[in-house]
Design a protein around this ligand. Structure first.
Ligand SMILES: [Zn+2]
Length: 413
């Protein structure tokens, strides 16, 4: 779940010397991937096409991917610095393209949004004319709210005419109004988020926290279009603690919690998608059965949908499938599986660390197909007793790194 980004950042902070060819390679791979993306933009928007090697055909670079040259010699700190400056310059140029052309998916991954342009949000979040105040209510307060600034929170009660809520960082605060979340059947959890929790990073610079959010928005819109009431644990580029996300789903009494992730790294390859779905094993019996059934349906729909993409060199580990992952203490290893009382699953759609998959994940078509497959599975789970892929017999034993506990509070209204 963590790959390139962390290594690049830690290498940047090294004062001098001690660099390896791998440090160079990491950067050269990123530079080549960003150059490819820039060339795609140039061809798509007909801008600066004279700098695209070989020109454009059909809106894409005629020569396809840019490939890094092999680095020979002994890396110096200057070799690193030159590359880091180039990465930063490319990133700035990419963001300019993203903003200038309002390329929806990319505008969302521009870290601070674009000047003069609101972030694209799912239609659910635009319904802020439905804001209610505690005095508007006849009975109990709703179990959750979307605050006026678009943040999902669990409601603890009402005090002095204000809603008392849990913030994404786990503090107690109050808001004057919000969009009530009532009768929510499904909670979607875009994994990672904020400055301290990037997740995996693809060779094309795509960060897991942003990709998960983009896919979650598409899933929420699809759920909404099928009339399935849903909410998200995170509605923007901010961090939120796992304990808060789990408690939010529990407070809403949802029938399912689906945590959306993209994996990395692995060096193994496969001829089919390496989608992994983690399900609950030590929770209450009914939640455990529901979690396994939902996980099985998600795995079947998602792998079948992703298999429809041609020319993807997939990554896949041997026990990929519907899995119970236990820590060496015998508990569910992942917090988003262990903590919620409601039936929960965590989906790793594929490997963002893999160049070929990262290129796919950056497309609108992937977002559309993956969102549809996810909602197909959720709909079957809610409306039938059908089963999907069987969980693998043997649990995987794994102690994941602890989720970051640093968290910046966001403005609630
Ligand atoms: Zn992740």
């Amino acid at each position: 779940m963590l790959a390139l980004g962390a290594s690049v950042v830690s290498a940047q902070s090294a004062s001098s010397g001690g660099f390896t060819r791998e440090d160079i390679q990491l950067r050269d791979d990123l530079i080549a991937a960003q150059e490819t993306l820039l060339n795609v933009y140039r061809c798509q928007f007909g801008l600066d096409i004279e700098v695209v090697p070989g020109g454009c055909t059909g809106g894409f670079p005629a020569q396809g991917f840019s490939r890094p040259a092999e680095f020979k010699g002994i890396p110096t700190s200057e070799d690193i610095a030159v590359r880091d400056r180039l990465v930063a310059a490319q990133e700035t140029l990419l963001n300019t393209f993203r903003c200038r052309f309002d390329f929806e998916i990319y505008a969302r991954i521009t870290p601070d949004g674009c000047p003069g342009q609101a972030q694209s949000e799912p239609s659910l979040l635009l319904a802020l004319d439905g804001l209610v105040r505690p005095e508007d209510l006849e009975g109990d307060p709703p179990p959750g709210l979307i605050t006026p600034s678009g943040v999902s929170v669990a409601v603890l009660g009402v005090n002095e005419g204000r809603f008392v809520v849990t913030t994404p960082c786990g503090s107690i605060s109050t808001v004057s109004s919000g969009l009530p979340l009532q009768g929510v059947r499904v909670v979607i959890d875009p994994g990672h988020g904020g400055a301290y929790d990037v997740g995996a990073v693809g060779p094309n610079g795509l960060a897991e926290r942003d990709l998960n959010l983009t896919l979650s928005y598409a899933v929420l819109n699809e759920l909404s279009s099928r009339g399935i009431p849903a909410a998200s644990t995170r509605n923007g580029h901010y961090g939120s603690l796992l304990s808060v996300r789990a408690a939010f789903a529990d407070a809403l009494g949802a029938e399912a919690l689906v945590s959306i992730h993209h994996n990395g790294p692995t060096y193994r390859t496969g001829n089919q998608p390496g989608t992994e779905v983690y399900v609950q094993s030590v929770s209450a019996q009914q939640a455990r059965a529901d979690s396994a059934r939902l996980g099985g349906l998600l795995h079947r729909e998602i792998t079948s949908a992703l298999s429809g993409f041609d020319n993807v060199a997939w990554s896949r580990v041997a026990d990929a499938g519907v899995l119970r992952v236990l820590s060496t203490r015998g508990r569910d290893a992942y917090g988003m599986i262990r903590r919620p009382t409601v039936p929960a699953v965590l989906v790793e759609y594929g490997y963002l660390s893999n160049r070929s998959e990262a290129a796919l994940f950056a497309t609108d078509e992937y977002i559309r197909v993956a969102a549809k497959a996810t909602v197909n599975a959720i709909e079957v789970y809610l409306n039938t007793d059908r089963l999907g892929t069987e969980p693998t017999q043997r649990p995987r034993v794994f102690n994941p790194a602890r989720a970051p506990s640093r968290c910046n509070e966001v403005v609630l209204e």
